[in-house]
Design a protein around this ligand. Structure first.
Ligand SMILES: Nc1ncnc2c1ncn2[C@@H]1O[C@H](COP(=O)(O)OP(=O)(O)OP(=O)(O)O)[C@@H](O)[C@H]1O
Ligand SMILES: [Mg+2]
Length: 327
């Protein structure tokens, strides 16, 4: 056959691992989810961001069939969450926001318990347990009570337990909250390895750098709705705030520069000026040329490009966070 194949990105041609339309959930008269839509291609990482109480855990609970929605539809791994929750459960793994590890028994026993729940044979259960404990660096601690594990070790055990059934889609509700920087990076590595093995990852996080680092697509949940959805780059383009900041140590030099440069934001206290900029090389060069020709020499020049923090604060309407740009 002659091929006239349209180039398609691997993601756009993938089947959807998760799709949802109009999901709604209320507790009493409190509307938590007010109609949310999701489309997550198989093999990708999706991050759901939102302030405390936004409904992230609620969304995970609905998609993993732990609770039912009041309205809307959702399909996970090709199964309708309401009509065939067993089909969904067989395809997914869930690591909750709060640890499912039983501290009274050892890490190994926690794993074997999961293997039992997944109806693995004794032999298969032992094999999978040994393999996962090894992979998560827990072999040495395997025979110690889980209550003696550090937070990072418990979190790793939690995820290892989630992987016992070899799920194709995993839900990780704040997988790195409370971990130190090294443990967070280790967790990111684990998540990347899962994805390279074809697993779809749905994660919630409070950390914008985590979403930036891991996620193919990010959605920001606020006020019961998806306030914005896209790649990290797309989201960053939604907010202004890129600027070049010039700082002076000499008040006279600062005043002269402030007079010479119009269209700048002054920070008289810090002796700093901010010039709006998109952060591109071209714009930086023209700003530098302009400063040179005006004979302005700042003591420090920093470039601020909008990051996901800016996006988050802009979209979630937090007013108690001072914006870098107006400081
Ligand atoms: N079982 C419940 N009964 C009543 N209200 C609930 C219940 N579960 C959640 N809520 C409420 O629903 C809202 C959303 O909760 P949810 O746990 O989904 O938020 P979250 O985005 O995961 O927050 P966090 O970042 O703190 O984990 C909150 O206001 C919470 O108090
Ligand atoms: Mg939560």
């Amino acid at each position: 056959m002659p091929s006239s194949v349209m180039p398609t990105s691997p993601l756009s041609s993938s089947p959807m691992a998760v799709s949802a339309t109009g999901l709604r959930k209320s507790y009493g008269d409190k509307t938590v989810l007010d109609g949310i839509d999701l489309r997550i291609p198989a093999g990708s990482v999706f991050a759901l961001l939102g302030p405390n109480g936004a409904g992230k855990t609620t969304t995970v609970q609905i998609l993993s069939t732990l609770i039912t929605a009041d309205g809307g539809q959702a399909r996970v791994a090709g199964h309708d969450v309401a009509a065939s929750p067993d089909g969904v459960r067989a395809a997914i793994g869930v690591t909750g926001q709060f640890s499912a590890v039983d501290g009274l028994i050892t890490g190994e026993e926690n794993m074997l318990l999961m293997a039992d729940l997944h109806h693995l044979s004794k032999r298969e259960g032992r094999r999978v347990t040994a393999e996962l404990l090894e992979r998560f660096g827990l072999t040495e601690a395997a025979k110690k009570p889980a209550s003696t594990y550090s937070g990072g070790m418990k979190r790793r055990l939690d995820i290892a337990m989630t992987l016992v059934g070899d799920p194709r889609i995993i839900f990780l509700d704040e997988p790195t909250t409370g971990l130190d920087p090294r443990s967070r990076h280790n967790m990111w590595q684990i998540i990347r390895e899962l994805v390279s093995g074809g697993v779809t990852v749905f994660l919630t996080t409070q950390y914008l750098d985590e979403a930036d680092e891991l996620a193919d697509r990010i959605a920001v949940l606020n006020g019961g709705r998806i306030a914005a959805e896209g790649t990290a780059e797309e989201l960053k383009r939604l907010v202004p705030g890129g600027h070049v900041r010039l700082r002076f140590s000499d008040p006279a030099a600062y005043r002269n520069a402030a007079l010479a440069l119009r269209e700048v934001t002054r920070d008289d206290e810090a002796l700093a000026l901010q010039i709006p900029s998109d952060g591109t090389q071209r714009e930086l060069r023209s700003i530098l040329d302009w400063l040179d020709s005006a004979g302005i020499e700042a003591d420090e020049l920093t470039v601020h490009t909008p990051d996901l923090d800016d996006v988050f604060f802009a979209l979630t309407g937090s007013t108690d966070q001072p914006k870098e740009a107006v400081r």
